[in-house]
Design a protein around this ligand. Sequence first.
Ligand code: MN
Length: 257
Amino acid sequence: MRVLVTNDDGIHAPGLACLERVAAQVGNDVWTVAPETDQSGVAHSMSLNDPLRLREVGKQRFAVRGTPTDCVLMAVRHVLPEPPDLILSGFNKGQNLAEDITYSGTVAAAIEGTILGITSIALSQAYSFAPDIQPPYETAEALAPDLIRTLADLDVPAETLININFPNRAPGAVEGVRVTRQGRRNIDFLTIDKRSDGRGNPYYWLTYNGRPPQPDVGTDLEAVRAGFVSVTPLSIDMTDHACKAKVSEALGLDPDR
Ligand code: MN
């Protein structure tokens, strides 16, 4: 099986090296195409106004000066001799749960893979976000191979990607695996931190509010907090099918055409 590994944390990220080791367990032809620099938070953006610089950094390893989406496009359309059978994006430094999915470059790489018709899985390792603390990537590395083998063999719909999050626990302390739905935080989790530079001028930094949400039962947030691996099938069809009739009615249109 030919496997493409990518991420949004960049070619030098420790989580990428862990996922490359996992990919070598599940596939026999592993390629890595990852961003030159940390692209966390860029979501599904692509570079339309800048050139994409490609740099070979090792055997079947490449860095692209671009976004995770650029990396997948470069890999599939240019770098690999044949399209991959599977795309793995991660292991992201930090969880990608609930609203995170809409900001995540890690998930976006899997979205791009799905659009290109390739089975794609995003993988993220939760951690405390405390300074000088590294995520417990050994947890993701220990538990990912079996999950990936099972999910790669599954004939998921063409619109579907899989989002996996590993809890902030040692491998032996993980409670199990739960299939979940995308959660929603019930707090304002992103805030603006006003700071001062060396000359007293203000600047602003987006920061995560430390207050924990109270997640609904069955969500990715709840599972990871309770120490489970969360596996969420996501659809690239973002239509709110249940709301179509209501919008049609408001516009005086037939909802069935
Ligand atoms: Mn990231």
